[in-house]
Ligand binder design. Structure first.
Ligand SMILES: Cc1cc2nc3c(=O)[nH]c(=O)nc-3n(C[C@H](O)[C@H](O)[C@H](O)COP(=O)(O)O)c2cc1C
Length: 381
């Protein structure tokens, strides 16, 4: 059986930043909570990323805290201590065993999504754009705390923390670049969205003002590590963590236009599709589209979300838009996803019970296709 994926644009080369890629299948940033107690990668994480790297392909590694003040989740990574950086170095070395494999790290400040229980110091400050809590309960089963509105001095310090984290990632830990986490309800998104940003100063109100913090972070990271090593992720329709914006097309069009004007040589822009069923309660949104943003950006554009449930869309979207396509849950369950798509082999099912559970089960034990067949004799091709 021939593969509709192999003949599609998914397997056409593309340049991303300084790297020439052989195909356009990308590993989504996926936090799996497998770090040690100091928020540093473990041996299992080295193996997990080694399994999913392929030659001349892009691997985006999970949301990683830029500082101890950026919020923490148990066993989720940071990139601010020497130990964390040393452990990340082992991960990037393992990925780079595949020639041309390209390792980006997603860097994050959690803002109001965290809790003071996980912040350092005697009087930890949970912060956000405004003193507006996330609706509902946090993962400890408590109401989300009311954050404190960041001062302009604090905003500038966080911008510096982003650029230091980017330098740690690229200069010390061996990453080929960083993806700034501007999506899914974390601090940058908290400034962008009208549901959360109620500020009356230069960081709130108009689209230009709500975009200011995001664009300042991009400027600082570009200055720290270079434009070809800088990327960003956005999710205009994510409902995670109480996100909602009154005018998504206008807001993210402004952001993309600014990036196109100021930093057209960024490695890529990464958008989550409106149809994504992971970050949206309103599933299967086929009315909204990323097309207006695609038109505004001349560089590499990654589309994510929904390709796990409908892999056939990956080939269609790659063909019609020239985009790279990022896979989340199907890459969790299929370490050899690239080969499986190339040959149209069946996919393993993911087990959501083990997404964040810790341990190696459901992490590094998903089978490769070759190992499930007798010397490959049952290949569909
Ligand atoms: C276990 C898990 C962890 C995730 N962690 C992150 C993360 O660290 N950063 C991020 O931007 N998105 C994260 N996401 C969202 C994914 O990157 C992706 O957008 C989502 O899974 C939709 O793609 P899919 O339909 O292919 O799974 C996570 C999703 C899952 C399932």
């Amino acid at each position: 059986m021939s593969s509709p994926f192999a003949s599609s644009a998914l397997f056409k080369p593309i340049r991303v930043g300084n790297q020439q890629l052989d195909h356009r299948i990308v590993l989504c940033p996926l936090n799996r909570r497998r770090c040690d107690n100091e928020y540093a990668p473990t041996d299992s994480m080295i193996e997990y990323y080694r399994q999913r790297a392929t030659p001349n392909a892009l691997v985006i590694m999970e949301a990683t805290m830029i500082s101890a003040d950026a919020g923490a989740y148990p066993h989720a990574p940071g990139i601010y201590s020497t130990h964390q950086i040393q452990q990340w170095r082992k991960v990037t070395d393992a990925v780079h065993e595949k020639p041309g494999a390209t390792a980006f790290l997603q860097i994050r400040h959690a803002g109001r999504a965290s809790t003071t229980q996980f912040l350092p110091g005697a009087h930890p400050r949970l912060v956000s754009a405004s003193a507006v809590p996330v609706p509902g309960k946090n993962e400890l089963g408590n109401d989300y705390e009311i954050p404190q509105e960041l001062t302009v001095d604090e905003i500038n310090k966080i911008v510096n923390d982003f650029s230091r984290a980017a330098r740690n990632a690229v200069e010390e830990a061996g990453f080929d670049g960083v993806e700034i986490h501007g999506a899914n309800g974390y601090l940058i998104d908290q400034f962008i969205n009208t549901s959360c940003n109620k500020r009356a100063d230069a960081y709130g109100g108009s689209i230009e003002h709500r975009s200011r913090f995001c664009l300042q972070v991009v400027d600082a990271v570009v200055a720290a590590i270079g434009v070809e090593k800088t990327a960003i992720r956005f999710s205009p329709w994510s409902e995670f963590l109480g996100m909602e914006d009154a005018t998504p097309y206008e807001t993210w069009s402004y952001l993309v236009s600014q990036l196109e004007q100021q930093h057209p040589n960024m490695a890529y822009i990464h958008f989550i599709e409106p149809r994504d069923d992971f970050s949206r309660k309103t599933k299967n949104d086929t009315q909204n589209s990323l097309d207006p943003f695609r038109k505004l950006w001349s560089g590499p554009f990654i589309s994510a979300g929904g390709y796990t449930t409908k892999p056939e869309l990956a080939a269609q979207v790659a063909d019609s838009t020239n985009n790279l396509i990022a896979f989340g849950r199907s890459f969790i369950a299929n370490p050899d996803l690239v080969e499986r798509l190339k040959h149209n082999w069946p996919l393993n099912k993911y087990n959501r019970e083990t997404f964040y559970k810790g341990g190696d089960t459901g992490y590094i034990d998903y089978p490769f296709y070759e190992s499930t067949t007798a010397r490959g004799s049952q290949k569909l091709e």
